[in-house]
Design a protein around this ligand. Structure first.
Ligand SMILES: C[S@@+](CC[C@H](N)C(=O)[O-])C[C@H]1O[C@@H](n2cnc3c(N)ncnc32)[C@H](O)[C@@H]1O
Length: 270
């Protein structure tokens, strides 16, 4: 494995300053809901404020990881995808994209992209410890700069071959759906035919989840914009949805009886 980041690697002191433990951070709140330990008191307070009115958020975090595992396994094992571009990676948890893909095909190449300093620190440590045949690279970048992401990803991935592009529960940090669509389109336009778009997001499908999102905004955490299933579906325009189409993510090739979840996603082929 190999790690690479765009900006000059910060020193440990610079990194601690960037961590801002007193300000709730998206990656750390998500880690808390997933049952992880990589979070501070401010993150737990913001996470608890949401869970008080919308306890299902914990299930959403956990089910979303199961969705990621099922999709990456499917793309690697059934569709022969050997390259993944996972944008808005989050903190490493059980079964990350590279582990799932490289368990099927050790030569798989993965580019992770996130703009959170703790994610960067963990990625550095994780990748230094994990030798393997494939390559796993972390790009420290904001998804509002798809050109930068593409420039860096091209150093590792072969854009003449199919890539699995992933936006997993991350596009709600951008309030304007048109901006979201243009980011997704720019990245997908750069990929070869036979590439896949994987995207899911939280939906405004129950009053409780809407209240949860309001609580998050009031807690000092970065607000998250819930969208309708139709809005999420529109991000796949021009691509071919694969079975079962746009569904609650618990219903995408489920292992058992799927639970209701305010989260819709799909996988589509270019
Ligand atoms: C809800 S977590 C989802 C993590 C992961 N995709 C998963 O499925 O578990 C959102 C992640 O998106 C990252 N993120 C938020 N805004 C971003 C941006 N503008 N550019 C890159 N990453 C961003 C956060 O740092 C965080 O790690």
């Amino acid at each position: 494995m190999f790690t690479y980041n765009v900006r000059m690697a910060p020193t440990d002191d610079e990194l601690s300053a960037q961590l801002q433990p007193e300000v709730p951070h998206a990656a750390r709140i998500w880690n808390y809901w997933m049952g992880g330990k990589d979070n501070f008191a401010s993150d737990r307070a913001a996470g608890d404020a949401v869970a008080q009115v919308y306890p299902e958020i914990v299930l959403m975090a956990q089910h979303s990881r199961q969705f990621l595992i099922r999709v990456v396994h499917h793309l690697a094992a059934e569709a022969g995808i050997r390259q993944f571009l996972d944008i808005g990676t989050g903190l490493p948890t059980m079964q990350n994209t590279h582990e799932v893909a490289q368990a099927v095909a050790p030569e798989s190449r993965i580019v992770y992209v996130d703009n959170d300093p703790l994610v960067l620190a963990y990625s550095r440590a994780l990748m230094a410890q994990a030798p393997g045949q494939g390559r796993t690279v972390h790009v420290d970048a904001d998804y509002h700069d798809p050109e930068l992401i593409l420039t860096e990803a091209r150093k590792v991935l072969d854009f003449t071959q199919p890539i699995g592009v992933m936006f997993m529960g991350v596009m709600g940090y951008e309030p304007d759906l048109k901006v979201v669509a243009s980011i997704v389109d720019k990245v997908m336009e750069a990929t070869a035919p036979g590439s896949y778009l994987v995207l899911w997001d939280g939906t405004d499908t129950t009053p409780a989840v809407v209240e949860g999102a309001e609580r998050l905004a009031q807690s000092g955490g970065v607000p998250y914009i819930l969208r309708s299933p139709e809005e999420i579906g529109s991000l796949f325009d021009g691509l071919e949805l694969i079975e079962p189409g746009l569904v609650q993510i618990t219903g995408w090739h489920p292992a058992g009886e799927p639970e209701w979840l305010d989260a819709y996603g799909a996988v589509a082929r270019k």
